[in-house]
Design a protein. Structure first.
Lengths: 351, 165
């Protein structure tokens, strides 16, 4: 059994369904972009230079205090299912899959921290927490960054901060994001207005799997865009203030739905629950929509025999690579749709 | 799905997952590079770079030319920031609204200096606004003292930046 296989035995920290506002906020995340001084950025480096960067960084990350108990995955050696599996767990980006050579990821204990090496930047530190907990993410990421500073020299200019491959990350190199479950704002057709307001305030909204993905399952990832000209604390604080407003709107929309459209809401939740407990074949898109309704039912106290953690886990366990890992073999789409339905039935029955 | 390639309109019938894959490809092409190029184009025509010979627009450390940066949307190495400073300063201001880092630093002294410089900058902007108002109202005594204040603050900002670099 490989170290990646071992991850299957545990729930990622960010899926636990605990932490502040976890009825609406699935997870919080902070990432920091760093580069080694004078070494060409990954996209502009020769194979030899990319290798040099890895040789300098891999031991530095693995041996720093903040990453004790971590393990390394060289992307070039991982098979397609493993790579997809890491992506589904939000441990690596799509870019890490597309050009895997001379790239690696160090996965920390309980998957709280992970460090991608030779991604767009030489170092991409990522910290995830369950619920609305950006300050804690920043605290952990900052500590990890501090310990890396003792081992390697990062490119930095007093005027411009940390220098990154893309000027949109220059400065703090910090991207803070929060994954929100906003079914009531979608159902009451307020979501477009809310997202437009967020964009005007310099934030971005994306889907479950980041850039270029749709907001399936009513999940929205909201993050800061500006990385230069504000401190890390101010960036996370600003995002937090905006998210608090969005949470308030979602709470109000849920209350309004329960008050004015109680029967319709109950019908949607219980039909979703019924379908998931009965289906024998189900694809990801249908599942995400139904699971979102079941999660809403759990969060609003309509469904009481399932806990939030079990529902959260299903969002990830039913993804294509996870299903194949669980089964221990490669499955085609039709086979996966059957296995997915099976897994959901078993889990929702508490088996 | 309708795609336009070399001015040819092509209609594609794709299943949802293929369309999504295709969609991400399309996004890759119309990505950050195009947007950055659009933003930086304005700057290349500015007096900062207009007169520079082409060799000056190439990073001596990694060989990236400014044209490469415009095409790719990413810089070649940390030294490129020095090579292309004249065009990057306004570009960073356009993207972030500020060209001055105020966050974490490997050297804690920097942070102190940044904060001082930033405070003076804020005061400077406020003083400039007040000056305009005073001139409009023809309050010339107030305007004169504001002018002195502005001179003093400009000196302080310069000093703080000098320490930091």
């Amino acid at each position: 059994m490989t170290k990646i296989d071992h991850l299957l035995k545990h729930t990622c920290e960010w899926l636990k369904g605990t932490g502040p506002n976890s009825d609406i906020v699935m997870s919080s995340r902070v990432r920091l972009a760093r580069n080694l001084e004078k070494q060409p950025f990954s996209h502009w480096a020769t194979k030899k230079q990319e290798k040099e960067v890895l040789e300098a960084l891999e031991p530095a990350v693995l041996n720093c205090d903040a990453m004790s108990g971590s393990f390394l995955v060289p992307m070039g050696e991982a098979d397609d299912v493993d790579k997809q599996f890491l992506l589904e767990r939000h441990l690596i980006s799509r870019e890490h899959i597309v050009h895997p050579e001379h790239k690696s990821v160090v996965v920390g204990e309980r998957e709280v921290s992970s460090v991608m090496l030779n991604e767009e930047d030489h170092v991409r530190i990522q910290v995830m927490q369950s619920g609305f907990n950006l300050q804690e993410c920043w605290r952990i990421a900052n500590r990890l960054d501090d310990s890396l500073h003792k081992k390697v020299k990062f490119a930095f200019a007093p005027e411009w901060g940390y220098l990154t491959a893309c000027p949109t990350n220059t400065g703090t190199g910090l991207r803070a994001s929060v994954m929100l479950h906003l079914p009531a704002l979608v159902m009451t057709k307020q979501i477009t207005r809310v997202l437009q307001a967020i964009t005007k305030l310099g934030m971005t909204a994306r889907g479950l799997y980041g850039e270029g993905t749709e907001a399936e399952g009513n999940f929205f990832q909201i993050s800061n865009q500006v990385t230069l000209g504000s401190s890390e604390e101010d960036i996370t604080d600003n995002l937090e203030r905006i998210i608090r407003q969005v949470i308030g709107h979602e709470e109000n929309a849920r209350k309004t739905l329960m008050k004015q459209n109680r029967d319709i809401l109950h019908d949607k939740i219980w039909r979703a629950n019924g379908t998931l407990r009965s289906a024998h074949i189900i694809n990801t898109t249908e599942m995400l929509g139904l699971l979102s309704m079941v999660r809403l039912g759990v969060d609003m106290g309509v469904i009481n025999d399932i806990d939030r953690r079990a529902v959260n886990e299903l969002f990830i366990l039913t993804q294509p690579a996870h299903l194949q890992k669980i089964e221990g073999k490669v499955l085609n789409t039709a086979q996966r749709d059957i296995k997915r339905a099976n897994l959901i039935r078993r889990r929702l029955e508490g088996r | 799905m309708t795609e336009i390639v070399n001015d040819q309109i092509t209609k594609l019938n794709l299943c949802e997952s293929c369309a999504k894959e295709k969609g991400s490809d399309v996004e890759q092409h119309f990505g950050i590079a195009d947007l950055l190029a659009a933003l930086s184009d304005v700057e290349t025509a500015s007096p900062h770079t207009a007169g520079l010979p082409p060799s000056k627009n190439k990073c001596a450390h990694c060989g990236m030319g400014y044209e490469d940066f415009k095409k790719i949307g990413r810089l070649g190495c940390s030294e490129c920031y020095i090579t292309f400073k004249a065009t990057l300063t306004p570009l960073l201001k356009r993207i972030h609204g500020s060209p001055q880092h105020l966050g974490k630093s490997p050297n804690p002294e920097h942070l102190k200096e940044q904060k001082i410089s930033s405070r003076f900058l804020e005061e400077l902007e406020a003083a400039k606004d007040e000056l305009q108002k005073a001139v409009k109202k023809e309050e010339f005594e107030v305007a004169a003292s504001l002018r002195d204040k502005i001179k003093f603050l400009e000196k302080k900002v310069k000093e703080a930046k000098g320490h930091a670099s």
